[in-house]
Design a protein around this ligand. Structure first.
Ligand SMILES: [Zn+2]
Ligand SMILES: [Zn+2]
Length: 105
């Protein structure tokens, strides 16, 4: 199994913008307002971003889904629920989806 080369951020119920202008820069770090799913097939990739970087993403990138960032988005053991609208919930054994926090780089 292969994984994308992304730097996971520790999930501590404190959603912060993970945007990095390049791989060596620190993440933006302001409170995140949006949670992005780049794609929802395994292995899925997710990013938390602020309004400023959501605007860049919408201008330049393609993503599968998004929803407003909330504490559950940065909680260990939560998964992306692909209902409409999508949201993050504590994963159960029946409804488990890999939720890997990823930077936008
Ligand atoms: Zn940002
Ligand atoms: Zn979320």
């Amino acid at each position: 199994m292969t994984f994308p080369k992304l730097t996971p951020t520790e999930r501590i119920a404190d959603p912060r913008c993970g945007w990095k202008p390049d791989a060596d820069s620190p993440a933006h770090g302001v409170p995140a307002t949006w949670h992005i799913a780049w794609h929802l097939v395994q292995p899925a990739d997710f990013s938390l971003v602020c309004d400023e970087h959501m605007a860049l993403v919408q201008r330049d990138m393609v993503y599968a889904d998004r929803h407003p960032a909330e504490l559950a988005c940065d909680m260990p053991g939560t998964g992306w629920l692909t209902s409409a609208p999508s949201r993050c919930v504590m994963a159960t054994t029946d409804d488990r989806q890999a939720h890997r926090q990823a930077d936008a780089s």
